[in-house]
Design a protein around this ligand. Structure first.
Ligand code: FAD
Length: 624
């Protein structure tokens, strides 16, 4: 089995051509274990009930699924069943296939890629081969020191080490088994570069451009991006910092030109250029196509299927009916977080919270987490998310990166006072918003900027000097006034307080030292800023009317709480015991980052790595 690629004889690779067949090199080598779903019926109600109670679960405890499904048809039997086609799921499936295991991916959405496809696809993996080749001075010792300092003791050293130890090999594996290639996001600092082992030059990578033509018709089923790249351009995540400055910086203008040139080149070559999350998801999907791993779209997991307490399959809905997919060796849950589940957010998270401020994939409603909990899993970090200040624009929330940190802007609370270093890592800003909100309301907070700022910098996709869409004003997401007092009236903060705050901020900006919140003290603060601004590229006074205010709410990229797992990505019960053959990775599991965020890509890096680890563990356990 070692090193064998799944041949999947007779198995269609097209996601819609469902065929409940065996497709395992491992299985085919062992005819005794073959099962033909056309011949063998699904588990009887009695057997399924037996399995459920064998797991120590009772119907009263809410195990619905298999237990209630008297005639659940068997849809197929695989070595591994993977739930979700995002970063964790597709990496797990690719690994499983290359380990010689038969594998199917079930995906709830009509498209593949989940949040990963929507994302910027920054990937934080210390010591990965791409950054080492680029000369980044990383070492395993530095990375371990840094991660320990950032995450703290609430995440075990074993899990942290599993991530650091397997991450680089995972990237090599993905490059060897898919068309994906990666680039260093040069200069994208670790989020706490001053901590021991932190790197101000950054350790994050992102996918290189991929030609979508490699996917053929499957490209139409790629989950669309959160924000479309400007037409005619090929833009990487690392370019955005410079595009924001294109009007005021020679380098910004050069990067914009380069983005256009890439777009022109791709058009001339007849390419369908994909970057960021689109490249990542398409590249992983291309790897799965080559490895003949089927991805069944429109097939949500409804529950896990247990036999004698061990995960033995997944109950799904397919074509409107329930069905069972048996897993011989493991079920890997990569079904993302619960960002779009209002009840879970209400139950676990701080208020105010809803589902309207997240930018995560809409299908991420915690299905896998809840199924895992019913199967006995412990849950951790459920109060937390991959937070970031967002502007609730009428069409969708805007996850606000550069706009929040560029000089000439500041954040104020309901009292019109600053409350945070605006350039701090986005997750920290929201943690602070929630911590302070009960005593000093700051939800919503307001981003205040002046016309000088608006003349210099891109704001979302609105070019410098251009007027903001009327709908932003109509929705209350943006306000504009010719004086600070009038602006304060519009947003309901005390005018005198706002005036005093801006006056004080302007004084600090002129000295270049933010003695109040230390904005600009960390190298990270300077990533999304304007290097032409002196003496502190993070700080500029607000002086030119009109003034603008943007409503700021606690947005997120997705939640980070989920099933508790060990260093092998195995799901754990509250007593620390392992639920046999059940694995979780990505946002369906509690993050290896704990409550922290080490650098750009701290969600996708671990999601892919623990998906990889899970599949390796299934394979080695199956061999044992
Ligand atoms: C706009 C945006 C930008 C981002 N930028 C970055 C970035 O640059 N770097 C970074 O590290 N992170 C980023 N993130 C976050 C990152 O995309 C996610 O944290 C990451 O994709 C999580 O991986 P995952 O595999 O757990 O979940 P996902 O990638 O969301 O995949 C989960 C999949 O499971 C499917 N699913 C859900 N329920 C079921 C079910 N019942 N049955 C079957 N399938 C199911 C979903 O449809 C989805 O396809 C960004 C997110 C967004 C939205």
């Amino acid at each position: 089995m070692r090193g064998t690629t799944v041949a999947a004889p007779g198995h269609s690779t097209l996601s819609h051509s469902f065929a409940p067949l065996e497709c395992s090199a491992m299985t085919n080598a062992d005819p005794a274990r073959r099962t033909d779903p056309a011949v063998l019926p699904g588990p009887s109600r009695r057997r399924v009930l037996g399995a459920a109670t064998g797991a120590g679960l009772t119907l009263a405890a809410g195990l619905p699924t298999a237990a209630d499904a008297a005639d659940v048809p068997l849809l197929g039997t695989y070595d591994v069943v993977v739930i979700g086609s995002g970063a964790a799921g597709m990496t797990a499936a690719l690994t499983a296939a290359k380990q010689g295991l038969s594998c199917v991916v079930v995906e709830k959405a009509a498209t593949f890629g989940g949040s990963a496809a929507r994302s910027g696809a920054g990937i934080w993996i210390p010591n990965n081969p791409v950054i080492l080749a680029a000369g980044v001075p990383d070492t395993p010792a530095k990375a371990a020191t840094y991660l320990a300092a950032v995450v703290g003791p609430e995440v075990s050293a074993e899990r942290r080490q599993a991530f650091l130890g397997h991450g680089p090999a995972m990237i090599s594996f993905v490059m060897a088994n898919s068309p994906l290639r990666f680039r260093w996001m040069e200069g994208y600092s670790d989020y706490y570069p001053e901590l021991a082992g932190g790197l101000p030059g950054g350790r994050s990578i992102e996918p290189a451009m991929l030609d979508g033509n490699i996917l053929g018709p499957e490209l139409a089923r790629l989950n669309p991006p959160y924000m479309a790249v400007p037409s005619g351009m090929v833009v990487f995540s690392a370019d955005y910092k410079w595009l924001a400055l294109a009007a005021v910086s020679a380098r910004g203008a050069a990067v914009a030109t380069e983005c256009l040139a890439r777009g022109t080149r791709a058009a001339l070559l007849g390419q369908k250029p994909l970057t960021m999350g689109q490249s990542l998801a398409a590249g992983l999907r291309a790897g799965l196509l080559t490895a003949q791993v089927p991805v069944w779209l429109n097939t949500p997991l409804t529950d896990l299927y247990l036999e004698n307490g061990a995960a033995a399959g997944a109950v799904v809905t397919r074509n409107g009916s329930a069905g069972l997919i048996r897993a011989r060796h493991g079920v890997i849950v990569g079904s993302g977080g619960f960002e779009h589940n209002a009840a879970m957010r209400e139950r676990y998270q701080r208020q105010p919270i809803g589902t309207e401020w997240t930018v995560g994939a809409k299908e991420n409603t915690g299905d896998g987490i809840r199924a895992g909990e019913r199967a006995g899993a412990a849950l951790d970090l459920m109060d937390d998310a991959w937070w970031g200040p967002a502007i609730p624009l009428p069409d969708q929330p805007y996850f606000c990166l550069a706009e929040r940190t560029l000089p000439g802007g500041l954040l104020v609370n309901a009292a019109g006072a600053r409350f945070v270093n605006e350039a701090a890592p986005y997750s920290d800003v929201v943690h602070i918003m929630y911590e302070r909100h009960a005593t000093d309301p700051d939800i919503p907070a307001w981003l205040i900027v002046d016309q000088n700022y608006r003349n210099r910098y891109l704001f979302k996709d609105v070019a410098p000097t251009f007027t903001l869409p009327e709908s932003w004003y109509a929705s209350g997401a943006a306000h504009k006034a010719w004086t600070l007092d009038a602006l304060a009236e519009r947003i309901g903060v005390p005018p005198a307080a706002l005036r005093a705050t801006v006056n004080r901020f302007n004084g600090l900006a002129l000295t270049g030292t933010d003695t109040d919140f230390r904005r600009g003290q960390s190298a990270y603060d300077h990533y999304y800023t304007d290097p032409a601004v002196r003496p502190n590229s993070c700080l500029a006074p607000l002086w030119l009317a009109p003034f603008y205010a943007f409503r700021i709410v606690p947005g997120d990229l997705g939640t980070k709480g989920g099933m508790r797992t060990d260093a092998r990505a195995r799901v754990l019960r509250p007593d620390g015991s392992v639920i046999p053959r059940l694995y979780a990775a990505g946002n369906a599991s509690a993050a290896v980052m704990g409550h922290s965020y080490a650098g750009a890509g701290s969600t996708i890096g671990p999601a892919m790595t623990f998906g990889h680890i899970a599949a390796l563990d299934v394979a080695s356990t199956a061999r044992a």
